[in-house]
Write a protein that binds this ligand. Sequence first.
Ligand code: GTP
Ligand code: MG
Length: 557
Amino acid sequence: VARAGAHEKLRSLGASAAATKKYPEQEDVRGSESNTTRKTFQELQKERQKQAQHTVLINCPSKINEKKFLKYLSQYGKINSHFFYESYGTHAVVEFSEKESIESLQAQASIPSSDDESAVPFKSRLFALKLASALEVSGNQPSIQLQKQLTIPINKLIQKLCLAESIEQQLYILTEEHQLTDENLRLRFLVCSLIRDVATAYFPESAVIPFGSSVNTFGKLGCDLDMFLDLDAVERGRMKKASGTFSIEYQMKCVPSGRVATQRILSVISECLDSFGPGCISVQKILNARCPLVRFSHQPAGFQCDLTANNRVAMRSSELLYIYGSLDPRVRALVFSIRCWARVHGITSTIPGSWITNFSLTMMVLFFLQKRNPPIIPTLDQLKNLAGAADKHIVEGNDCTFVSDLSQIKLSENTETLDVLLSEFLEFYGNFAFNKNSINIRKGKEQNKPAVSPLYIQNPFEQTLNISKNVNQAQLERFVALARDSSWILQQENMGHPSIGSTQPWGMAALLLPSAALSANKDKKKRQRGPASERIKSLLESLKTNHLSGNSTADNG
Ligand code: GTP
Ligand code: MG
């Protein structure tokens, strides 16, 4: 009943989460109890990859007449969809029905000329639309609708959350504000497809595949784009005949290890992106990392990109998270909210170091949800037991098998509200025996820690590894202290629900106030100085004007 209630609440949200066109992958599960018609992760990826190959990115004059724009482009072929957004100028993403339309567009496009610069003539699917005459901009152009690509500033979010009716609703509003939109996802797949165009010049059978939070349902607007270069995407699907007298193989250059081969390839791709990849700036080779990568900013898209190679285990992690994120709407709402809470308080960071990562934090939320009674999501071993023959995946000796068909997974009987789950999460990790136990989503049970790291979260696929090995004792303690302080705040009168006529931050909004506000309210003795609510209110007022004003959350957090 409460599960149905959760869906009802979702539908009745001001922002109407279930009704918007955002993240269509999620809509089915949010709008109905049935998983039977849902596409698998692989099917969705394929669909979006195909869509991206038919798409172009066009830098436009800021005052553009949409009708004329579409009329101009329609001469090259039928347009399936388009949208505009702002990032270093106005851009349009246009998806054509046929690939040939792009070829005709390319045939018409000219190479820019300038007296003091020279263009590197690499012809891609990134264009700039020029006005034939300055007269075109005059007059009253109806303004075009720009799709948002970044999250709202935190102070605006807090204000919005204050208007909700329950903590549950707050968590859904936060998710709605932070999640990737359909348009942003299209842009992410388009960038992968543009990078693929560079790679296929050398390796015609290669593919560039997004993974991580861009596709695992936990991506926040502004998060980085993780991609991997799959060098023999076509090769793998092909059956080779092994009969007759001879067999034949390629003559190839050999290097000492797969790692060296990866480093060399990434190095070349990096040079190409740096020398002639339109829009690719600040290209960095990070080839000595455990997982060698090329990092760059895609300026027109407005996000940072990490390109790796042969990262198939991470691909399986992404699909696993996709499954968990799609099973029950409470999973994403809790993960988004905990990630946001951790980011605001500096528990996670955009800078690499001893901080807890978003990936680890997601694992902690999933583990907590497995530990509820009855569990809200199945363990990885249970998902493995449901797997069919086609789901079997052994990657570099690691068993990455689990069911891909969502309809095979029985939905949870658990009916707890997000109000309960949020405070139970804080309680759970505020008191977790980190000193002796490890977190293991494969078993859904604490295990004895196999090594001395302060925080031990078993890698679900490479089972001897700890995904949070980087976290030091001090960072873990900060997390635990914050969980306890936040738990205490939520237990205070007026904190769990809105009070009529008051604009003071409550529930999730109160937890997102800066740490100073949180700890000022944690200490019961300090309450003698006045009601907690009054102090939070005044703090918020001062923060609105100082610390938080205009603070965009365009980061990886
Ligand atoms: P964001 O912070 O939103 O970018 O989340 P993310 O999940 O994309 O994390 P990140 O960009 O750091 O990493 C991308 C993917 O790499 C993750 O989703 C995981 O699949 C994988 N990954 C990241 N960190 C680790 C790690 O410590 N161990 C393992 N095995 N995989 C990791
Ligand atoms: Mg990422």
